[in-house]
Each structure stands twice: as structure tokens, then as C-alpha cells.
Design a protein around this ligand. Structure first.
Ligand code: FES
Ligand SMILES: [Fe+2]
Length: 351
């Protein structure tokens, strides 16, 4: 039997690469409008652009002519035009035009890499792995069914941290860190009950105390007024669904963290918080346009809470990374066995 006092060896997990054969999130939909956008996913510079039909494409962010960034250029019809000499590339990554091509010259055969990309639930999902594996497995992005659902109010906070993604995932899976957020009253008294593991996920089931209960439309005001909150027990389930994270607190809250690891010491992620209006059954009888109005006007209702949590977590995560960089030989003394499972999963994904 594994002891819960098992110490976790730091040395390799903080250097771990990613398993590229998954869908990662690289941007929010609204960020990709009419100009190319540069994103970095695990050390790969990628240019995202939206063509004249509204379709999003992802190409290696490198003009093969002189190696400058294509994302400095502009979108022309369905092609991406380099800023420097105006060469154009189509969505397959092929050179489609050179403005000064002489009549006796052929277009250069200089294809750049294209990445499978999908726009779904308000985000741009990108597959940086092996395209054949993608076709064989028909892997789909994790998806956020609550994003469009009229019964859920969304809030998004962006995490930019100078730390390896493992620190972020461990933070999200270790619910005993409610201690850090005491002033924000996110949850309290977490207690790990049970863990399930398989090749692609770790589910950790905690019991906890929640401060919020959303059973009436005005319960949303608990998000703004601490005096309205009352502690009560709720199940708190957190899951590492490689490479992302999802959690539910009772029936009222669902939270996702969608990862975009940048390199060994930098991670971008999107934290998406959904407040459920499921218990407010009277609302469901109202016309759809009104329900959409309620959903849209309450977008960002949990912003203060979510941003506050992110600031506190990022500070801890970055300190952990700094301590590791100063002395990678120091061992942690971990009491939460969910973290042992999480590290095992990360390592098993990266061969
Ligand atoms: S460097 Fe891109 S067109 Fe010349
Ligand atoms: Fe946290």
C-alpha cells in the first residue's frame, strides 16, 4: 500500500514535456478577428488567422522566405500575407503568391506546417501532435457544454504564470489549499474521500463546505455580498482530464481550467467558472430571448472572485517554481495522495 506520507520526487516532473497528441486551448475566439495572432504552445510559435469566410486557421509563425514572423502580416482573403515582401500562404501552408514573381519563375515550393484547429465553445483549440494519430483516434476537444447553455453564467479569468504546468495542475487538484483563499471564501474544510485513475484522467472526490447556494435568481448576489453567504456541506470533485482540469462544487458551480503550456517555466491557462441556474426552475419557463439576456448580462458575475483566486494561486505557484530553480534537489513532503496520482499521470503521458 502506498503511504500517504510518500514524498514526491521533484526532479523530473518539473522538466516534463507535454503529450502533443491532445487538443490544447491557444486563444479565445474573440481574440482572432481580422488580424493574425501569435500564440506559443510548448515552444512552437503559431500564427492564427481568420479567413474571409470566418474560418480559423493555424500556421507555423515563420515565413519560409526570410524566417520572420508571419503574424506581423495581414489576412488577404483566405491567405496570410507576410509583412516583409508580401509572399502569401494558403491555409495548407503552401506559398500561394509572390508579388514580384517573374513570368519565367515558378512559385517556390516552401510549405510551412499547418496545425489542426477548431473553434468551439468560445475558444480556439489546437492539436500540436501527429495528424495521423488524430485521424486514427478521432480525438475531440474537451468542450464546454455550459458555454452556450442558457442555464449557466460564465466568467473567464486568464492565468499567465512563470511556472511549469505541473505546479498549476497540482494546485488545482489539491483542495486543501482553500486555506490560501480564506478571505475570498471559495470553499472550506476540504477532505479527500476517494480517487479514481485511468490512463487519461485522475478524479479526486472531496467533501467540503461551500459558501454559496444558488436556488433563487437573487442568490447570484452572494457572489458580490459576503453577508449573504452561509456555509453548508457539498461534494467537491476535481478531475485532471489530461491536459485540462474540470471541477464541480455541489450542483451550483462548474469550473474548467484549459491549459496552454508555453515552455518548462511558463504556462498560460484559461479558468472558466460557470454558475448554474438549474435550480431556478421559474426562469426556464421564460422566453429564450429573455434567458439569453439574463445569461449575457450576468457574464462575468464571478470575476472578482475568480481573478482574486488566480492572483493568490499564481503567487504560490511561481514561488514553487523559483524554489525549484534555486535548488532542484529539495524534496517536497506531500500528504495528499491525489498529487501522487496526478504526477504519475503526467509522467505516463509523456514518453
Ligand atoms: S520574409 Fe516573408 S515575404 Fe520575405
Ligand atoms: Fe486556488
Amino acid at each position: 500500500m502506498t503511504s500517504v506520507f510518500e514524498t514526491i520526487q521533484n526532479s523530473d516532473v518539473r522538466q516534463l514535456a507535454i503529450n502533443p497528441n491532445h487538443w490544447y486551448v491557444v486563444a479565445r475566439s474573440y481574440e482572432v478577428i481580422n488580424k493574425p495572432v501569435n500564440v506559443i504552445l510548448w515552444k512552437q510559435a503559431i500564427a492564427l488567422y481568420r479567413d474571409s469566410q470566418g474560418q480559423v486557421h493555424a500556421l507555423e509563425d515563420r515565413c519560409p522566405h526570410r524566417q520572420v514572423k508571419l503574424s506581423h502580416g495581414q489576412v488577404v482573403g483566405n491567405e496570410l500575407e507576410c509583412a516583409y515582401h508580401g509572399w502569401r500562404f494558403n491555409s495548407a501552408g503552401e506559398c500561394a503568391a509572390v508579388p514580384y514573381l517573374a513570368a519565367n519563375q515558378k512559385l517556390p515550393n516552401c510549405t510551412i506546417r499547418r496545425y489542426p484547429v477548431k473553434e468551439q465553445d468560445g475558444f480556439i483549440w489546437l492539436f500540436p501532435g501527429d495528424v495521423e494519430t488524430l485521424h486514427e483516434t478521432s480525438l475531440q476537444p474537451m468542450g464546454l457544454p455550459e458555454w452556450e447553455h442558457l442555464n449557466y453564467i460564465a466568467t473567464v479569468s486568464v492565468i499567465n504564470c512563470q511556472a511549469h504546468y505541473s505546479y498549476l495542475i497540482e494546485n488545482l487538484m489539491d483542495m486543501y489549499h482553500g486555506h490560501l483563499h480564506q478571505d475570498l471564501q471559495a470553499w472550506a474544510e476540504a477532505n479527500l474521500q476517494d480517487i479514481e485513475e485511468d490512463m487519461n484522467r485522475v478524479d479526486a472526490h472531496y467533501t467540503a463546505q461551500s459558501y454559496y447556494k444558488i436556488d433563487k435568481i437573487w442568490s447570484i448576489s452572494q457572489l458580490f455580498f459576503p453577508a449573504l453567504r452561509k456555509l453548508h456541506p457539498e461534494p467537491l470533485d476535481v478531475s485532471y482530464v489530461y491536459p485540462h482540469w474540470v471541477s464541480t462544487l455541489g450542483k451550483d458551480f462548474k469550473i474548467y481550467c484549459l491549459l496552454c503550456p508555453v515552455n518548462e517555466t511558463q504556462t498560460k491557462a484559461y479558468l472558466i467558472h460557470f454558475t448554474s441556474l438549474n435550480a431556478f426552475w421559474r426562469l426556464h419557463k421564460l422566453p429564450v430571448w429573455f434567458r439569453r439576456f439574463v445569461k449575457d448580462s450576468l457574464f462575468g458575475a464571478a470575476q472578482k472572485l475568480l481573478d482574486g483566486l488566480v492572483i493568490q494561486d499564481v503567487q504560490m505557484i511561481e514561488e514553487e517554481q523559483q524554489a525549484y530553480l534555486q535548488n532542484s534537489q529539495r524534496r517536497n513532503y506531500e500528504l495528499n495522495r491525489a498529487l501522487v496520482s496526478v504526477q504519475k499521470l503526467m509522467k505516463s503521458q509523456v514518453k
